[in-house]
Design a protein around this ligand. Structure first.
Ligand code: CXF
Ligand code: ZN
Length: 378
C-alpha cells in the first residue's frame, strides 16, 4: 500500500532515442514498502546514460528518466525502512547491497542475489514505475535510480547514507563512475603495492582505475589512449607512463606493453567497451599471475575471443567487474573518508558544473569527449 501524496516536480524526460531531453513537470508517487523518495541535490553524467539514451532496440523503453550517478536527501520513507529517515543525505547506486543474501554477506562478491542487477525499466522489487507525466502516461525508470528528476524513488537496498558535511558535487561521483574505477583496482584486482598496471582508455573510468591503483601503491601505471593529451590529465591520477595508440607503428599495443614491462603488466584494465581490446589487454598481462579486468560496456551480444594458449599455458586470469566490486553501503563511506582525509582525489574529475536546465549541454560535452565529470545542480 502506498501512502502519502504524489509530488509534482521537474524532470528531464528522454522521449525518443538520441533526441534532446525535455524538461517537463511530472508526478512522483510516494515510496512503496522498502522504498525511499529522495530529492536529488546533484547528479552527474556517466557514459552509460549516453549508451541507453541512444539505444533504439535493446530494450526500447521510452519515455524514460535517465541518470544514475547522484546524491540526494530523503524526503519520505515507505513502510519497513529503518536505515534512513527524512533529512538524511544518501547516495543511490545501480547495484543493490541488501546485506542479507549469501553474496552480500561474502567479502568475495558485490553481486547481490536478493535484488540482482538487471537492466530493467521498473523499480527493483516491483514491476512498476513511480513516475507519470501530467497526461497520466507512465515514465520508465533507469538503473533503479533515475536521477534526472528533482525527486525520485529508490529502493532502500540501493541507497547508502553518508556524512552530510561532504560536498555533494564531489560525493555524487562515488555513485557510479569513480567507485567503479577505483573499486576495480582496489576490490576486483586487489592491486598490490609495487605492481605494474596497464589501463586501456583514460576516460573517467580509466582515470579512476589509475587513482585506485595509485592508492594501492602501484609502482608503474601505464595509460593507453589515442588522445595524447590524456597523459597530462592522467598524471594527476598517478599515471606514470603513456602509450599513444597512434604511435605504435607496425606493432600492436599489446606488443608495446609486453616490451615495456618485460613480459606483461601485473594487472590490465579494459575501460573502453570494445571486445577486441579485451583481447589486447589479455595478451599483455603477465603469465602466471596476470589479471585482466573488463570494465567497458560493449554492445549486447559482443563476443570475446582469447588465445587458448594464453589461457592454458600462461595461467592468466580474466574477470569482469560490475561497479568495481564495490559494496555500496560499506565501501562508499570508506572512500568518502579517504577523500576527506585528502587521500582520494575527486576534485580533478569534475571538469564542468551546470544547472539542470542545461542538461543537454552536458550530454554534448560528454559525447564530444570534452569533459570528465559534469555535475548538474538540481
Ligand atoms: C553500467 C554497467 C553495465 C550495465 C549498465 C550500467 N554501469 C554504470 O554505468
Ligand atoms: Zn554509470
Amino acid at each position: 500500500p502506498i501512502s502519502g501524496n504524489p509530488i509534482r516536480c521537474k524532470a528531464a524526460i528522454c522521449r525518443k532515442p538520441g533526441e534532446p531531453l525535455v524538461i517537463e513537470e511530472i508526478l512522483v508517487a510516494p515510496p512503496n514498502r522498502h522504498e525511499v523518495r529522495i530529492r536529488i541535490i546533484c547528479t552527474s553524467l556517466c557514459h552509460s546514460d549516453i549508451i541507453f539514451w541512444k539505444l533504439k532496440d535493446f530494450p526500447a523503453v521510452f519515455p524514460r528518466i535517465l541518470g544514475h550517478e547522484a546524491i540526494g536527501v530523503v524526503e519520505s520513507v515507505g513502510e519497513d525502512v529503518d536505515q534512513v529517515k527524512e533529512g538524511d543525505v544518501v547516495i543511490p547506486t545501480f547495484m543493490s547491497d541488501c546485506g542479507e543474501c549469501i553474496d552480500c554477506k561474502s567479502k568475495k562478491s558485490n553481486l547481490c542475489s536478493k535484488l540482482p542487477f538487471k537492466v530493467s525499466p521498473w523499480m527493483p522489487r516491483y514491476e512498476s514505475s513511480r513516475f507519470t507525466d501530467l497526461n497520466g502516461e507512465v515514465l520508465y525508470h533507469f538503473l533503479f535510480v533515475s536521477s534526472f528528476s528533482e525527486y525520485t524513488v529508490v529502493d532502500i537496498a540501493h541507497l547508502t547514507k553518508i556524512d552530510p558535511s561532504i560536498p555533494p558535487n564531489r560525493a555524487c561521483l562515488l555513485s557510479c563512475g569513480v567507485s567503479t574505477g577505483v573499486g576495480a583496482a582496489w576490490r576486483t584486482a586487489n592491486v598490490e603495492s609495487g605492481s605494474t598496471v596497464a589501463i586501456f582508455g583514460l576516460g573517467s573510468i580509466g582515470l579512476a582505475v589509475a587513482e585506485g591503483a595509485r592508492l594501492c601503491g602501484a609502482a608503474r601505471i601505464i595509460g593507453i589512449d589515442m588522445n595524447p593529451d590524456k597523459f597530462e590529465i592522467g598524471k594527476k591520477f598517478g599515471v606514470t607512463d603513456f602509450v599513444n595508440t597512434g604511435d605504435c607503428g607496425s606493432k600492436s599495443v599489446s606488443q608495446v606493453i609486453n616490451e615495456m614491462t618485460g613480459g606483461g603488466a601485473d594487472y590490465c584494465f579494459e575501460c573502453i567497451g570494445l571486445a577486441s581490446l579485451v583481447q589486447e589487454a589479455y595478451s599483455c598481462c603477465r603469465k602466471g599471475w596476470g589479471k585482466t579486468i573488463v570494465l567497458g560496456v560493449d554492445k549486447p551480444g559482443a563476443k570475446l575471443s582469447l588465445s587458448s594458449f594464453d589461457v592454458l599455458h600462461h595461467g592468466k586470469i580474466l574477470t569482469g567487474s560490475l561497479f568495481g566490486g564495490i559494496k555500496a553501503k560499506s565501501d562508499i563511506p570508506t572512500l568518502l573518508k579517504r577523500y576527506m582525509d585528502k587521500e582520494l582525489h575527486l576534485d580533478e574529475f569534475v571538469t564542468h558544473e551546470m544547472n539542470f536546465e542545461d542538461i543537454n549541454k552536458a550530454f554534448d560535452l560528454l559525447i564530444q569527449g570534452k569533459c570528465l565529470r559534469c555535475v548538474i545542480w538540481m
